[in-house]
Design a binder for this molecule. Structure first.
Ligand SMILES: [Zn+2]
Length: 437
């Protein structure tokens, strides 16, 4: 016999949930970590078995405001077990000692936006990138690199990004058309171990909201290449991160111009390439609209991966597109303003390809470009380490030199706080407490 359910308590509960302030919901969402986020290759990364003592280093721990001179750090079984002043911190007997003279010890670099090519993950690792996020590739596309035995950074993969038809990158994307397809795609992505969800620019606002709702239930961050959706609307729909400075363009121009741009890109994705420079050339980075967007990003604690190197354009005798050059100048100026206002900027290289630097040095080059916006070197280093760890939701174990954290560490010759170019001089890299040779 069927018993009729009394639904009243449930209705009241639902009413209570939907009446709570949006701020409360955001708070709840941030605290709700359901599954720990794990890199897809965590079982393949060896754990260092020995005890290693860094003695007399200049330490950038990723948390403090300045570096600590003459510090010592002990690593044992893959974990940072001791930090202190040289001469006072007890070095365990039998520890392998590393003379830190002239060297800076700092957390391994984290790349928020890497696209894969050949053996570059290994090259990146040797240059200090101990973790990377590839925001938009099928997880199996890393299989051959994972199987060939070369050391790799921690791989935080999102799986294919989500887009609507016609997709801009068909091979790297999962096309969804409605909520049911979003649900199916999300079940698949979460089931296969995606560590974040990346959405692409055609995804409608309603579906962005749906993606965020499901991702947050599972503790996963959502980040986006927006281009044609107003960043504020997408953030209000739940977005945690914005990829590329260009994703903010339509939030900085009039509604009328933004709609014209949106329709142009919807008709042909390729139009975004000239279109974004045309748009940015006319953006006044000191306007009220810019102030308001910056305040909004700060208030919502949104992570921003500018990938400036992707958009850089220099006027040269054979390259004289002044629109692109002026557009890029305004992108730099806007990021400079964001940095001053404490928007949560993180470092992403966008992969090894580089217009104005040697291939494979794009991460270090992005740090240089951030310095050129006026961002402080220490802030850039934090953007490269602890802020990215927070963006990835792994800051409880990575991103800083603190007792109890996993020993992803790099030794840099010179002082990157004084000169960010020192980041090109990575001398040794430790991943999980083991040297990368
Ligand atoms: Zn990308």
């Amino acid at each position: 016999m069927k018993k009729k359910l009394n639904l009243l308590p449930f209705v009241l509960l639902l009413a209570f949930i939907s009446c709570s302030a949006p701020g409360d919901q955001k708070e709840n969402r941030k605290q709700r970590i359901i599954f720990p986020i794990t890199e897809v290759n965590s079982d393949e990364i060896p754990i260092g078995k020995s005890t290693i003592a860094f003695v007399g280093v200049s330490l950038i721990d990723g948390i403090g405001e300045s570096s600590i001179k003459n510090a010592s750090v002990i690593v044992s079984n893959g974990i940072i077990t001791g930090i202190g002043e040289t001469g006072i911190l007890q070095i365990p007997e039998g520890a392998e000692k590393v003379n830190g003279e002239g060297l800076t010890l700092m957390p391994g670099l984290i790349d928020a936006h890497y696209h894969n090519a050949k053996n570059f993950p290994t090259i990146y690792l040797k240059r200090g990138v101990t973790s990377l996020r590839d925001p938009g590739i099928w997880i199996e596309d890393y299989d051959s690199q994972r199987q060939n035995g070369d050391p790799l950074p921690r791989l935080f993969l999102t799986g294919p990004h989500l887009d609507m038809p016609p997709p801009t990158w068909p091979k790297d994307c999962y096309v969804v058309r409605d909520k049911a397809e979003v649900k199916a795609a999300m079940d698949f992505l979460i089931g296969q171990g995606s560590t974040a969800i990346k959405i692409y620019h055609r995804l409608s606002l309603g579906l962005i909201e749906e993606v965020c709702k499901i991702a947050h239930k599972h503790g996963l961050p959502v980040t986006a290449h927006l281009e044609i959706t107003d960043a504020r609307q997408a953030i209000l729909a739940g977005l945690d991160g914005v990829e590329h400075v260009t994703s903010l363009g339509t939030a900085l121009i009039s509604r009328k111009k933004a709609e014209v741009y949106r329709q142009r890109i919807m008709a042909n994705s390729e139009e975004r390439k000239p279109g974004r420079y045309e748009m940015w050339k006319d953006i006044d980075v000191n306007s009220k609209a810019a102030d308001s967007l910056i305040n909004f990003l700060v208030e919502h604690q949104t992570f921003l991966t500018p990938t400036l190197g992707t958009f850089e354009y220099r006027l040269e005798p054979e390259k004289h597109d002044s629109t692109a050059a002026e557009g890029f100048t305004n992108m730099m100026a806007f990021i400079g303003r964001c940095a001053k206002a404490n928007v949560r900027i993180v470092v992403g290289s966008h992969g090894p390809w580089s217009k104005y630097n040697k291939r494979g040095w794009t991460y270090q080059y992005e740090m240089e470009l951030l310095a050129k916006t006026g961002m402080e070197n220490m802030e850039i280093i934090k953007a490269a380490t602890i802020e990215n760890a927070r963006f990835f939701k792994v800051d409880h174990r990575l991103g800083s030199v603190e007792k109890g954290k996993q020993a992803d560490l790099i030794l840099v010759e010179g002082d990157p706080v004084a000169d960010i170019k020192a980041m090109y001089n990575v001398k040794r890299v430790m991943l999980n407490g083991a040297w990368v040779e």
